[in-house]
Design a protein around this ligand. Structure first.
Ligand code: HGY
Ligand code: MN
Ligand code: MN
Length: 407
């Protein structure tokens, strides 16, 4: 039975982890950064050496194709990372796919369809959520590109220009759906369920929708020493009350799986002896059911307005990004389960609480995802890890699922 080469995959994962490596474990490799562009150049060389036809599209998506003709079966993930992130999130899916195509090519396996490995740009959404796969799926709103910025204010247009791309050209990456037969992504679970159940392979049924909003409370600056407490229009206190109340609302009135997070808090003027005049929160909400997600979004906005009114403050709510939930295709789920059965591996059907490029691909083709266990369920942190045996199992399930999709 055809198997991938774990030593080669391990060599590639170790090599890629060098680009943007932190002083300690993990990586910081934001999209379009010098470390990311060096990683892309390295990946293109590996693709060429593997005998694949490399290319990069106007949205910065990097492809390595095996075989000619359409429609093609795509497999991959992303090589950008969160700040202080781990070495497997995204990288595993791209490099396991590369190793699968190498193995298939070396074995001279008969292909009824072309295959391509892909690294989607800015999956982590530093400038705009799931950017590259959104452009490929024809979902990128060109009018929004000039205003897209990172949390630190850096514009997407400047970041892409620095890497040699014209951001305004990104919508030209939109693919003809008839040219894509299926999409398959191997990813670490980034949660605790597979490890807790002792099951080696997750078969993703659906991926959560994600709503990201900026909520800005507007109060008044005042002297922090002389202003009586009852007279303060403290924007930070309104934001703090909202964050606690919104979290409670999502937990109580969501599906039981619904989650929310406040990952960025900005307080202005941001000095110790002035009452905060302005407090901005970046909030995200995630839920598998689009209707529930929409309801929570509306209810939280109403909650913010009530708190602002009661405190005599202003509030502005700005939508940052919005990804709808996506169902994975039953045929691809079935192929993953059949491949795992061939390899005598147990599987678990499960939702993904993380967003993935597969949710954009699901809009234009049959998409599926394979999960492997994350140690301690940890991810988006430097000590993100999976066992090498788990990595090998996941890559072999990816290999045999691909073979079922192209034979
Ligand atoms: O945030 C996410 O869910 C993914 O890791 N980008
Ligand atoms: Mn991630
Ligand atoms: Mn990821």
């Amino acid at each position: 039975m055809l198997k991938i080469s774990l030593p080669r995959l391990r060599r590639d994962l170790t090599a890629l982890a060098r680009f943007g490596s932190n002083p300690g474990p993990g990586v910081t490799r934001p999209a379009w950064s010098p470390a990311h562009e060096e990683a892309r150049a390295w990946l293109l060389v590996q693709m060429k050496e593997a005998g694949l036809e490399p290319s990069v599209d106007p949205a910065g998506n990097t492809f390595g194709r095996l075989g000619d003709g359409e429609p093609v079966v795509l497999t991959g993930s992303h090589i950008d990372s969160v700040p202080e992130g781990g070495t497997l999130d995204g990288a595993l899916g791209v490099l396991a796919a590369l190793e699968c195509l190498r193995t298939i090519r070396e074995a001279g396996a008969p292909l009824t369809r072309a295959l391509a490995v892909v690294a989607w740009s800015d999956e982590e959404g530093r400038y705009g959520s799931l950017f590259g796969s959104r452009a490929f799926a024809g979902q990128l709103d060109a009018a929004k590109i000039p205003g897209m910025r990172a949390p630190d204010g850096e514009r997407l247009v400047e970041a892409m220009a620095r890497a040699g791309f014209n951001a305004l050209e990104a919508p030209r990456a939109a693919a003809d759906p008839r040219g894509v037969a299926a999409y398959l992504e191997l990813h670490i679970e980034q949660g605790p369920h597979l490890e807790a159940k002792g099951i080696p392979i997750g078969v993703v049924e659906g991926i959560v929708g994600i709503r990201r909003n900026r909520i800005v409370f507007q109060g008044e600056p005042d002297h922090a020493g002389t202003t009586p407490m009852a007279r303060r229009k403290d924007a930070f206190l309104a934001a703090a009350e909202y964050a606690l109340a919104a979290r409670q609302h999502v937990v109580r009135r969501g599906s039981g799986r619904s989650v929310t997070n406040f990952g960025v808090v900005e307080v202005k003027p941001g000095v110790t002896n002035i009452v905060p005049a302005r407090a901005a929160l970046l909030q995200e909400m995630r839920e598998l059911d689009g209707r529930i997600l929409g309801r929570l979004d509306r209810e939280c906005a109403a909650l913010a307005r009530r708190i602002a009114r009661r405190r005599g403050l202003g509030v502005a709510i700005e939508r940052i990004s919005r990804n709808e939930p996506a169902r994975m295709h039953p045929e691809v789920q079935g192929a993953i389960e059949a491949a795992a059965a061939d390899l005598r591996l147990r599987t678990l059907r499960m939702p993904s609480g993380a967003g993935h490029d597969a949710q954009n691909l699901a809009r234009i083709t049959k998409a599926g995802m394979i999960f492997i266990p994350s140690k301690g369920g940890r991810s988006h942190r430097p000590d993100e890890a999976s066992d090498w045996r788990a990595i090998e199992r996941g890559a072999n399930v990816l290999l045999h699922t691909l073979l079922k999709l192209v034979s």
